[in-house]
Design a binder for this molecule. Structure first.
Ligand code: PSU
Ligand code: MN
Length: 345
């Protein structure tokens, strides 16, 4: 009860932060609990970097997932920013997690729901069930789409992840297009930092849909759009920046024009990690895609299945590249968050 009261107090003071700059504003939901550290940083306009939790529960295996999540938080902290990992626990969206909570998300894989925008209300409502079942879980890991909409609500300027969802290969028959793309088109306060789009997806179609949705795609120090495990997908982003300061200028121009649409920064994996994987990963991807089709895997299970199979087939090689690029993205995200916050000092 004391914790709930403290969190209510924090929310009401955060509401004044959220409402200070615009005339049309709605107070924050009572279903959101923000850690004290994140709350203080937001109020003092210190740089905060949001992080997703599906990458922990469904994107990597235990214990590497938790180790990676904590190391990413440390990288962000050591740069002088505040990390804000987002997930859903027992009826509350939680922003800023403890080590123990991150461990739970990583360990309880099967008992953690993969939550995109459409799943937020049901999982919050499940908290009132006397007994949760496998189909109605209370613990949720948020995807890029859910994390982005929550970060945007809280005006957290930067959100770092590994790879985003996109248009799946053969989407012309399956219609499988990640809600990450729609959410990117809506994000007016938060930008996303990723390592491009995995070739489990159709990268060309993904970029076409992002263009249609009005999302600015930005190569970070490159004019090649990266393909997650490799530095060049063969496709081009819509623009490029050569530094965190240039990135902050771009974000400022977007905000200043009130464009209300998203920006996706794509940071290529550092070269030394690309060499280890490239062509080999493509073979495993093709194999994993064939298996998924044969087993009739669909809906939200597709992406986790493919990621898991590629990790297995590459015997962990793809995992070490994945971890390296997420950490690299964390560095870049922190730099951009710092450049942005120094513009407003
Ligand atoms: N791509 C990755 N790693 C991931 C994901 C995608 O390389 O962990 C996760 C992210 O959380 C992303 C989600 O938001 O998968 C997309 O799922 P879907 O394709 O079902 O929208
Ligand atoms: Mn999908």
């Amino acid at each position: 009860a004391a914790a709930a009261a403290a969190s209510r107090r924090r929310i009401s003071s955060l509401n004044s932060h959220l409402c200070s700059s615009s005339s049309s504003c709605s107070p924050l939901s009572s279903r959101i609990i923000i850690s004290e550290r994140v709350q203080n940083a937001l109020q003092n306009n210190e740089p905060v970097v949001a992080l997703e939790s599906t990458i922990i529960s469904h994107g990597m295996s235990y214990p590497e997932n938790c180790k990676c999540a904590l190391e990413v938080e440390d990288i962000i902290s050591s740069k002088g920013c505040v990390p804000a990992t987002i997930a859903i626990f027992d009826g509350y969206v939680r922003v800023g997690l403890s080590k123990g909570e991150i461990d739970t998300l990583g360990k309880e894989g099967a008992f953690v729901a993969k939550v995109s925008r459409r799943d937020i209300a049901p999982i919050l409502a499940n908290a009132s069930l006397p007994e949760p079942s496998l189909r109605r879980l209370k613990l949720g890991a948020t995807t890029v789409s859910a994390t982005l909409l929550l970060a945007d609500m809280l005006k957290i300027p930067v959100f770092v992840t590994g790879g985003i969802g996109g248009v799946h290969r053969e989407a012309e028959t399956t219609f499988d297009i990640s809600s990450d793309l729609t959410e990117l088109s809506r994000a007016k306060n938060t930008v996303v930092i990723c390592a491009g789009v995995k070739s489990i997806l159709d990268i060309g179609k993904t970029l076409e849909v992002l263009e249609t949705l009005g999302v600015t795609t930005v190569g970070y120090k490159t004019d090649a759009f990266p393909a997650f495990f490799t530095r060049d997908s063969g496709f081009k982003p819509s623009t490029l920046v050569n530094s965190a300061t240039e990135a902050a200028n771009l974000i400022h121009a977007r905000n200043n024009m009130r464009l209300n649409s998203g920006i996706l920064f794509a940071v290529p994996v550092p070269e030394e990690f690309e060499k280890a994987t490239g062509a080999e990963i493509e073979r495993y991807t093709t194999k994993a895609l064939r298996e998924a089709k044969k087993r009739k895997i669909s809906g939200r299970d597709v992406t986790p299945f493919l990621l898991k199979r590629i990790f297995e087939l590459s015997k962990g090689k793809s995992l070490s590249t994945n971890i390296a690029l997420v950490k690299n993205n964390a560095q870049v995200g922190a730099d951009i968050a710092i450049a942005l916050s120094s513009m407003f000092r």
